[in-house]
Design a binder for this molecule. Structure first.
Ligand SMILES: Nc1ncnc2c1ncn2[C@@H]1O[C@H](COP(=O)(O)OP(=O)(O)OP(=O)(O)O)[C@@H](O)[C@H]1O
Length: 217
């Protein structure tokens, strides 16, 4: 469960004053809204990269508003996939596990399992420069899932992909929701993507988040 309660946030002259919404436990939430409406800003507040001026962020009923990003039980896939250029795919996926000082054998076991699940096992020794957009997104997803987060935040994860890859990645995201049991919040501009994926849909516009109907196609 992800719950935002009366969040206020400032980014330069941009401000949101009173944003509240809930993605229920295990649900796939989609957040839509015009360019510049503050979707990424809200995602950054949820994962702890941006400090809110007021309000609370709850993950599975626990107030994480003052917790550092690594203590929130949240996996984050940023808009550009943001890879570390010098690390191999194995190192990227295992990164958060090394920070948590898990034993080497456990890290290798989890990375092997995840990379097989996400279809990137053949890429483990490669570096990001040679990866396609779809491969990068799968690796970024693996890195976010490695710590078995309660919540997964996805900022426009399909926007750089062509139609075929997009369909494959949509199916993968739905199966990740099923298999990992995480609550998901996915930001997109694409209505058909929202309709295909969302259990709950929210629109951010003029500083307000409102629930919206999902028109399944
Ligand atoms: N560090 C900053 N300094 C000044 N303004 C900022 C900063 N970060 C974000 N903003 C502004 O906050 C507003 C919201 O930006 P944000 O990236 O959250 O929008 P968005 O809804 O994710 O947009 P898009 O759909 O284009 O990705 C924008 O007007 C942006 O210019």
């Amino acid at each position: 469960m992800i719950s935002l309660q009366q969040i206020a946030v400032r980014a330069g002259v941009f401000a949101l004053d009173d944003v509240s919404f809930v993605v229920p436990s295990g649900a796939y939430g989609v957040l839509m809204g015009p360019t510049g409406s503050g979707k990424t800003t809200l995602i950054e507040v949820i994962c702890g990269l941006r400090k809110p001026a007021g309000g609370r962020v709850l993950v599975n009923d626990i107030d994480v508003t003052r917790e550092p990003p690594g203590n929130r039980g949240i996996g984050y896939v940023p808009q550009d996939g943001a890879m570390f250029p010098t690390m191999t795919v194995r190192e990227q996926i295992g990164f958060a596990l090394r920070i948590r000082r898990l034993p080497r054998t456990e890290i290798d076991r989890r990375v092997d399992e995840l990379s097989a699940r996400l279809g990137v096992a053949h890429l483990l020794d490669r570096r990001p420069a040679g990866l396609s957009g779809g491969e990068r997104q799968r690796v970024a997803l693996g890195r976010a899932l490695a710590c078995r987060p309660a919540v997964l935040l996805l900022d426009e994860p399909l926007s750089a992909l062509d139609e075929t890859m997009r369909t494959g990645m949509r199916d993968l995201l739905k199966s990740v929701q099923r298999d990992f049991g995480a609550s998901i919040l996915h930001v997109t501009h694409d209505r058909s993507e929202a309709a295909a994926l969302a259990d709950v849909l929210f629109i951010l516009s003029d500083g307000r988040v409102q629930p919206a109907e999902i028109h399944k196609q």
